[in-house]
Design a protein around this ligand. Structure first.
Ligand code: GLN
Length: 479
């Protein structure tokens, strides 16, 4: 059966788009697909229905993404298009500017197709804390798509997006990519500009692509990576052409398996799939050995101190004065209180309270400062490991997608689902999640590849070789 236009990858879309008519056909196919599947998966907050909205007046010449529709997580600012972080407090906020990543995509001829649902302010691992509605997993509508970029992952998996952008502070691109069976990259801290990303944890946040395959991911990174003077944490490090490394095999690639990652709580089916993937790498010529990341067990605790501390100060600006929702009140203090109590959801309040507590006088040294010291130890674990190996392999998440409401009332068990993704954010190293099989319920399993600083190229090379051998992503959910 011939492929529908909405099923296309980025590479296919670029080849398909010869003129404005092709682009409009693609947009209308995608928008019809969204009309059909979005009521089921609820990945989008809204999307473009009008084919005429594509401004194809710019010439295709030299544009690497001409006419490619992009879906964007709702914490990334889009000029003239509501950006709410799926929070009540930001409803009605229309950014007067584009985030740098959006700008770069548009400069390459792409256009914004949709805004994706997410956990409120990106706090969560299931998309259930969205103030709008929970997004569902296209592989099983009773299950979560993961989070916080659940809308982005679900939209790509259900073919209502060609590609989506997400953000990752502790796993929010990789864990939903794993739950939905797509490819998701968290770049090195500083690799992609955060200008126009509504901040959660400023020392952890990164924007990255969620795609149907590794090559698409590399193509999008070619466009969004690079130095941006508007983001003071953006790194001035040369960006290679990521598509170049895809052709290299993995002969001699040194792969490390961290013994601390294969622990209680890891689903045996997930473990088996990751071990099989490792064996396949050996078959393909890679050299695999066990390594140690000894401070792994502190990562989740450190993260929930550092991330909440940063979040509580970043969210102080939402007070009803400048942005979004304002609760009518008789005086200023009451207005602040009412706006924040009614505008923020439960998980946001929990984190603001936690973060304010760990930063408060008397507790700062015991919690925040201590956590920063342990964070340095976690970073050193990676520095040591990358003296011996080029890539570290692990599961992306300890389980496959869980059921809706299963962990909602138990924040601690929800926090533990980020155990394998959080260390990369604390250290700042890049990591990618790629599909590596299905469990006995037919749910996708994700393999995480962690690389050295600014070495996304090796992750793409390793990911591509495995993907082209196994073709797990040929299978699609039937919705
Ligand atoms: N699930 C983690 C959290 O709730 C990570 C979220 C993220 O990466 N934005 O903090």
């Amino acid at each position: 059966m011939a492929k529908e236009l909405y099923e296309m990858t980025v590479v296919e879309a670029v080849n398909h788009n010869k003129d404005e008519k092709n682009v409009n056909e693609l947009l209308s196919s995608l928008s019809k697909r969204a009309e059909k599947v979005n009521p089921k998966v609820k990945a989008y907050l809204n999307w473009k229905t009008e084919a005429s909205e594509f401004d194809g007046k710019t010439s295709k010449d030299g544009k690497s993404l001409w006419g490619v529709p992009i879906s964007i997580k709702d914490n990334i600012c889009t000029h003239g298009w509501e950006t709410s972080c799926s929070s009540k407090i930001l409803k009605g906020y229309i950014p007067p500017y584009d985030a740098t990543v959006v700008n770069k995509l548009k400069n390459e001829g792409a256009f914004i197709f949709a805004k994706c649902n997410m956990d409120e302010f990106a706090f969560g691992s299931s998309c259930e804390s969205s103030a709008d509605f929970p997004t569902l997993n296209p592989w099983d509508l009773e299950r979560v798509p993961g989070g916080s970029s659940g809308g982005s992952a679900s939209s790509v998996a259900s073919d209502e997006a060609i590609v989506a952008l997400g953000s990752d502070t502790g796993g929010s691109i990789r864990q939903p990519a794993s739950f939905c069976g797509v490819v998701g990259l968290k770049p090195t801290y500083g690799r992609v500009s955060r200008y126009g990303l509504i901040a959660f944890g400023s020392s952890l946040d990164q924007i990255g692509p969620l795609t149907k395959n590794v090559e698409d991911n590399a193509r999008i990174m070619n466009v969004i990576a690079g130095y941006d003077p508007k983001d003071s944490t953006s790194a001035n490090v040369e960006v290679p052409d990521y598509t170049q490394t895809l052709t290299k095999n993995v002969e001699g690639l040194r792969i490390g398996i961290p013994k601390e990652y294969f622990i209680d709580g890891l689903d045996p089916e997930v473990e088996a799939a990751v071990r099989e993937a490792t064996a396949m790498y050996e078959k393909l010529g890679a050299k695999v050995k066990e390594i140690s990341l000894p401070h792994t067990k502190y990562a989740v605790s450190v993260y929930y101190i550092v991330a909440t501390a940063e979040a509580s100060s970043n969210l102080a600006r939402f007070d009803g004065v400048q942005y979004g929702y304002r609760h009518p009140s008789k005086d200023l203090v009451e207005m602040y209180m009412n706006t924040r109590s009614q505008g923020f959801g439960e998980e946001v309040k929990r984190r603001v309270l936690l973060g304010t507590f760990v930063l408060s006088a008397g507790y700062y040294d015991a919690y925040y400062l201590k956590a920063q010291k342990v964070r340095t130890l976690i970073k050193k674990d990676f520095d040591e490991a990358f003296k011996e190996v080029d890539v570290i392999i692990s599961p992306t998440a300890p389980t496959t997608a869980f059921k809706l409401n299963e962990k909602k009332e138990d924040p601690l068990s929800m926090y533990l689902s980020d155990i394998y993704t959080i260390p990369s954010n604390l250290a700042g190293v890049p990591s990618i999640s790629i599909p590596c099989g299905y469990d006995s319920k037919g749910l996708p399993i994700g393999l995480q590849l962690i690389g050295n600083y600014f070495d996304e190229a090796t992750l793409f090379r390793a990911g591509y070789n495995y993907e082209q051998t196994m073709h797990w992503n040929d299978k699609k959910p039937s919705i």
